[in-house]
Design a binder for this molecule. Structure first.
Ligand SMILES: [Zn+2]
Length: 174
């Protein structure tokens, strides 16, 4: 008796759904819409973005302070020591970075070029990448570079590596 009623009941429900659809009404068991972010979640998200922005401002301030201190030391004739240079006597890809920044701050492009041409050329690109990555992190909370950004970061690393080798060869002009 039970097994005889079940298919009948199922077909009745199916017929009901079909009638509702013809009338333009919702079916008996409507599909639940995906839950959307409520006001509390949106407020929490905004708070998290604000907190990350505050941390970014703090970090930018610290970086600028460090750069200013490096430039001030360089102008006073005190170089920021490089462990690689101290240990090997060779110039690393970053050697001359503070002298380059100091020269840039003084508007002396030729001196900046002589100090570290690779970093001078890569500076705008690296700054742009840093800003884009920081903006992405502030928005989403994750540091996830796009494929183009990843490629550019690796390309910068490759350029600096090649420069680090070339600048220690005898024919390097500076
Ligand atoms: Zn160095």
């Amino acid at each position: 008796m039970f097994s005889a009623r079940l298919p009948g009941a199922a077909s009745k429900e199916g017929a009901y759904d079909l009638q509702q659809k013809k009338r333009g009404l919702r079916p008996l068991f409507p599909v639940c819409p995906a839950p959307s972010a409520g006001p509390a979640q949106r407020r929490g998200g905004r708070r998290a973005v604000k907190s990350r922005l505050q941390r970014l401002v703090l970090l930018t301030g610290l970086v600028l302070l460090g750069v200013a201190a490096g430039v001030a030391l360089s102008r006073a004739g005190v170089g920021v020591p490089c462990l690689f240079h101290a240990a090997t006597g060779l110039d690393c890809p970053g050697c001359g970075a503070t002298r380059m920044l100091s020269a840039l701050a003084a508007g002396d492009l030729a001196a900046a070029w002589r100090s570290n041409p690779a970093l001078l050329l890569l500076c705008p690109l690296l700054a742009l990448l840093a800003v884009r990555l920081a903006a992405g992190w502030a928005r989403t909370g994750t540091l996830r570079p796009s494929p183009v950004q990843t490629f550019l970061l690796w390309a910068c690393a490759a350029v600096l590596l090649v420069f680090g080798v070339l600048r220690n060869l005898p024919f390097y002009p500076y």
